[in-house]
Design a protein around this ligand. Sequence first.
Ligand SMILES: [Zn+2]
Length: 290
Amino acid sequence: MSLKEQIAEARLHGVAIPHFNISELGTLRAIVVDVVREMNRPVIIGVSEGEREYIGVHQAAALIKSYRAEGLPIYLNADHTHSLENVRAAAEAGFDAILFDGGKLAWEDNIKMTQEAVKIVRGIDQTILVEAEIGYIGSGSEVRDVLPEDVVIDANSLTTPEQATEFIQKTGIDMLAPAVGNVHGMLSSGPDPRLDIPRIHDIAAAAGIPLVLHGGSGNLDEDFVAAIRAGIAIIHISTELRAAWRKGMEQGLKDNPREVAPYKLMAEAEKGVAAVVRRRMELFAGKNPR
Ligand SMILES: [Zn+2]
């Protein structure tokens, strides 16, 4: 099945597809080897521009293709792509989806740049899904003590159904990432601010294309369930994986003071990441939170 078909299937069943970011092999192994092979449910692997630079654009594509060749429902997204040059590179490398992120640009500039991104991708491969972002929800997958200063969450700064409709009509994108109370990164002190569920519902009804929720780390389980019901098709989780990875790494190093084999030291990190992945996949698939 293509990613487009998987998304349609997910919406039909009232579930969402998780999007997990990776920047090294351990996290990918935790997702695929520990969870996806067992659950056999679709996942999207995301690599931001920084993560792509580290792994390599073609190397990331090759890794995902190698798992797909086993029949696993794994897809690759070029997360938060800010330049048209990087849009082209990801499309040529064979990514399944590309997010052109003009969320911080002025409205007209975001439309213009997104139109360009869509044109480039369609010219390379018509089946690649193009996602765009309207409204700014902060950047960086970090654990923070306070919300980033440039992120405002109030009724006036959230995406409106009218904006969504205009943007989709003018750009021809396949998926939309709105600002609905979500924030990139997560708060150290407890849950992130609540999501605006009625707003998600209104945007979904107006948009008519799949909606993507970014910055899922730190949100409450009940908000995820309500957001999926209101029309969210894909949910991004990154910071939560990074935090679990670090915690596991520290434990692995502490427990094995004389070990020098990286793959043995990584085992705890992978275990921690896999636990988060499993919990999120089960929740997004409509199973009861543990
Ligand atoms: Zn994001």
